[in-house]
Design a protein around this ligand. Sequence first.
Ligand SMILES: Nc1ncnc2c1ncn2[C@@H]1O[C@H](COP(=O)(O)OP(=O)(O)O)[C@@H](O)[C@H]1O
Ligand SMILES: [Mg+2]
Length: 345
Amino acid sequence: MVREKIISQEELGPEDERFNSALRPESLDACIGMDDLLEKLQISITAARQRNEPMEHVLLHGPPGLGKTTLAYVIANEMGSAIRVSSGPALTRPSDLIGIMTNLESRDVLFIDEIHRLSPAVEEYIYPAMEDYKVDFIVDSGMHSRTINLPLKPFTLIGATTRSGMLSPPLRTRFGITHHLEFWTPDDLLKRCRMSADMLDLKYEEPALSMLADRARGTPRIANRLLRRCRDYAQVKGDGHLTVGSVEAALDLEGIDQLGLDELDRSFLRRIIEIYKGGPVGIEAVAATLGEETDTLVDVVEPFLLQNGLLARTRRGRMVTAKAYEHLNVSDIPPQTEAGLFDQQ
Ligand SMILES: Nc1ncnc2c1ncn2[C@@H]1O[C@H](COP(=O)(O)OP(=O)(O)O)[C@@H](O)[C@H]1O
Ligand SMILES: [Mg+2]
């Protein structure tokens, strides 16, 4: 079985990426959903523009595919500024970061994706840059060493992460706006699908598009990807229109079930049931039996399962819920969890 999962921007094929950027809204007005966040951003951007200052530093966290990169571009656009894009793993040496920062113009946006993966040596240079728009670094060593202070133009740092818990507290507290992106509602996903279908000049039956939105795992990036697969299917097997029948068949072919779970989601739950009697079990153990990275499970697989009540996180590990047994059609449900086992968080 194929275990396809779109994890990060870098793992998208060039075709996916072209499609994704073509579908990105360019202004706050064109953005779907996230009403609270959009209003907050609108106010900050307007205020900053009126004062001729950069916008506050923004930290966006949440599962992949929900709109972090999109928002960074939208903010830069609304500020009328340029955006420089980098990522935690790409900035291996302090000089990489310093080079980028010293080239920023006033009010530019520096977007650092996967900011939780910045090395501590590089991160150190970010603090004074964020706070006072300067970098201090030491050149030469021993007797000849001296500190150079470089002023920077006032800029906005936008950080994106799937794991805010892995961000060091000094970094986290330096952001003026911090926001957790939630999974999208089916309504918002439907709006996204409509927009994408129109941009692709794709004809569809409304219930067909609703079905697609309902099974997109709360994730606009997945909705866009499924839409393309359904378009291919309808073109090859039908007359090009998205009908309920063609969408259903295309999604089946993709291994997407009624709840939007894919093969990896189901293997994850099944493995816990079959090998660990439903849990509790540590995530590393599940990762090992699945042959997957723990990070992938924590960042990509678990959030949706937790949100949908198919999985629970307890003090003693992960547990599959009765709802998951039912969904997977496993009749042999073990006795329910003892009281007090679940974390209250
Ligand atoms: N606010 C939004 N309004 C409309 N479409 C959006 C919005 N946010 C994201 N999208 C869609 O979802 C896709 C994935 O978003 P992206 O910003 O790449 O997610 P992330 O960076 O969080 O992984 C985008 O290509 C775009 O089509
Ligand atoms: Mg991104």
